[in-house]
Design a protein around this ligand. Structure first.
Ligand SMILES: *Cc1c(COP(=O)(O)O)cnc(C)c1O
Length: 418
């Protein structure tokens, strides 16, 4: 690897995914390294939404529920997401937010183990996951045990036989650390628990085999690596073997076995339809469906391969271009082993929010997480080697000036010299 434009351009020329950048409407001059918060806009989406709004809604009116198959969309889109994460058809519903799906699945997991007394929750998970785990434990009178993922094995051992739901994040939203879903799920089962995975930073990013790993329940975000747009609906996975006894707390009419009967009592639909809630958010759902096109065409394994290569390049450049800074290069917090990291790399920078802001002013979109992490998401679907080189060069200029009173220099963006 070399910290030169020539080298980066050569990689881009040889990159079989390079053309996929054109499938996204990224503003000129912008390097988007924040796809783990909000994926960019795929070109397929405005066209699809225009048709849905003007033709389906505008002309078919209420007929769209059947004529345009809006009613079937939550499970149809679920099946498409399923192909990206190793789920056979008929186990995923796309609806609601991740937050709501967490409540629905974690509560259902507890109901699968009525004698359990403990709910285990990943202490480093995204806040909404931790808040929901706390709330469900309080609601059901379960003891909440929060643990770092690295200690989960010991915690499961200690509470063997008492464990009900075990809620884990597959990729740490701060550090980017990737956990072994299959091995941990086996540990959860050995302790008698039910594994509920949050795949928000993993779906569409890393290869997942939910069925092969015997995952029980899972949720994931639609607007990160799946590029479904702001507020895109989330997905909920329920393994087919649980459908018969799955007792979800959100008993909406779309989950009824005969939803149009308007019956007095709730009778859950057979199969995955019982994971449905109420009327789906059709416009957002169909935007998400259209957004899946480029990722499906490229394939998760190819995108993952390139994302890892971009991550390796970033780590190399941190040393090559930032090693000469007065305080040395920022620490790479993300594990460097390919099977232990997701598709974002976190750097420890004392003034991370300010650094992220200064990068944005230079057209490099990143984000920061308290107290001191700068996150750079390397989605191989639309990020190039040249983007990574230019982003680290911009970071070098920013780090050389942030925290000092001198305004950032806008001229020194040459990278070959280092
Ligand atoms: C992004 C993310 C969420 C987001 O939940 P919303 O309901 O969409 O706000 C939840 N959990 C994890 C782990 C996430 O990364």
């Amino acid at each position: 690897m070399e910290a030169t434009h020539d080298w980066a351009r050569r990689q881009d020329d040889e990159d079989p995914l390079f053309g996929f950048r054109e499938e996204f409407t990224l503003p000129r001059g912008v390097i988007h390294l924040n796809g783990n918060s909000l994926g960019p806009l795929p070109r397929t989406v405005p066209t699809a939404l225009d048709r849905v709004v003007r033709h389906e809604w505008g002309e078919h009116l209420i007929g769209g529920w059947f004529e345009d198959a809006w009613l079937a969309a939550p499970v149809r889109v679920g099946d498409r997401i399923g192909r990206l994460i190793g789920s056979a058809p008929g186990q995923i519903v796309v609806s609601e937010s991740t937050t709501v799906q967490l409540f629905n699945t974690v509560t259902a997991a507890a109901r699968l183990r009525p004698k359990a007394s403990v709910l285990v929750s990943d202490r480093d998970n995204f806040p909404t996951d931790r808040y929901l785990a706390t709330s469900v434990a309080r609601l059901l009178g379960l003891r909440l045990v929060e643990t770092p993922m690295a200690d989960l094995g010991r915690v499961l051992e200690r509470h063997r036989g008492e464990v009900g739901p075990v809620l884990c994040g597959a990729v740490d939203f701060r550090t980017g650390e990737l956990w072994d879903v299959a091995r941990i799920t086996a540990d959860v089962h050995a302790a008698g628990g039910v594994a509920v995975w949050d795949l928000s930073h993993a779906a569409g990013a890393v290869p997942l085999e939910l069925d092969a790993a015997s995952v029980d329940l899972a949720v994931g975000c639609g607007y990160k690596y799946l590029c479904g747009g702001p507020g895109a609906p989330a997905f909920a996975y329920a393994a087919a073997r649980h459908h018969g006894e799955l007792d979800l707390p959100i008993t909406g009419w779309h989950a009824h076995s005969r939803m149009f009967d308007m019956a007095d009592e709730f009778d859950p639909a057979p199969g995955v339809d019982r994971v449905r809630t109420g009327t789906p958010h059709v416009l957002s759902l169909l935007a998400l469906e259209a957004a899946l096109g480029p990722l499906e065409a490229a394939g998760v394994p190819a995108v993952r391969r390139k994302s890892l290569a971009l991550g390796d390049y970033l780590v190399f450049l941190v040393d090559a271009l930032l090693g000469g800074l007065p305080g040395g290069p920022p620490e790479v917090v993300t594990p460097t082993e390919p099977d232990r990291r997701g598709n974002h790399v976190a750097l420890r920078c004392p003034d991370a929010p300010k650094v992220s802001e200064a990068l944005a002013a230079r057209g490099v979109i990143t984000d920061s997480r308290p107290p001191d992490l700068l996150r750079l998401c390397l989605n191989g679907l639309y990020v190039s080697y040249t983007d990574v080189l230019e982003a680290v060069a911009a970071l070098r200029d920013v780090l050389a000036t942030v925290g000092t009173s001198t305004p950032p220099s806008s001229t020194d963006t040459r990278v070959e010299a280092s």
